[in-house]
Design a protein around this ligand. Structure first.
Ligand code: NI
Length: 183
């Protein structure tokens, strides 16, 4: 019953541009296996989040976390990084609504664009709802980086990748070059 490490779809692969379908029946064994495989994949990749379309499955499933501490200096560039972090969270059929019009700009990266990062505007505060692994509805409020991660992952479910939201293409490039220029 353990998870497998899945192949990641990279930008240009059409599945990343298509809206994903809602999960019908959270206790579908194929969905539960998908979740186990996504958990194994994010653990192996040591990343913040993963959406099912990124592993070639067009369903509305996301897994993410926010680290308490991290060696990734990109997080320091993000306004109001939440020092307490958020534990690994599996979201089925998530939805989100902004809590205000406040927008913040911060750096993002994505497993589907290895080695790259870009600066993107997001809602600062959101409320989001989802079904957990047991099929129970949950609701949370999020601010700053936590809200950014949820918005980034939910965008994947609508076929949207972060580069399409970069306003100035000077804010897009290879992580090693950008981090070297910023620190
Ligand atoms: Ni991503």
């Amino acid at each position: 019953m353990s998870g497998r490490i899945l192949k990641i779809a990279h930008m240009g692969q059409p599945i990343l541009q298509k809206p994903a379908a809602p999960v019908e029946g959270y206790d579908d064994p194929q969905v539960l296996q998908l979740i186990r495989d996504m958990e194994a994949t994010v653990s192996y990749m040591n990343c913040s989040g993963l959406a099912a379309p990124q592993v070639f499955v067009p369903l509305r499933v996301v897994i993410f976390r926010v680290l308490t501490t991290t060696n990734n200096p990109a997080y320091e560039l993000t306004p109001e990084y939440d020092p307490e972090g958020v534990p690994w969270t599996v979201m089925i059929n998530p939805t989100l609504t902004p809590l205000s019009d406040q927008i913040t700009t911060g750096w993002e990266s994505c497993l589907s664009l290895p080695g790259l990062m870009g600066r993107v505007s997001r809602y600062h505060s959101i409320e989001y709802r989802y079904l957990n692994k047991d099929g129970q509805e949950e609701k949370r409020q999020a601010h700053g980086f936590h809200a950014r991660v949820v918005q980034h992952e939910c965008d994947h479910l609508d076929g949207v990748l972060y580069p399409t939201k970069i306003e100035d293409m000077k804010d897009f490039g290879f992580k090693d070059e950008i981090l070297r220029s910023l620190f």
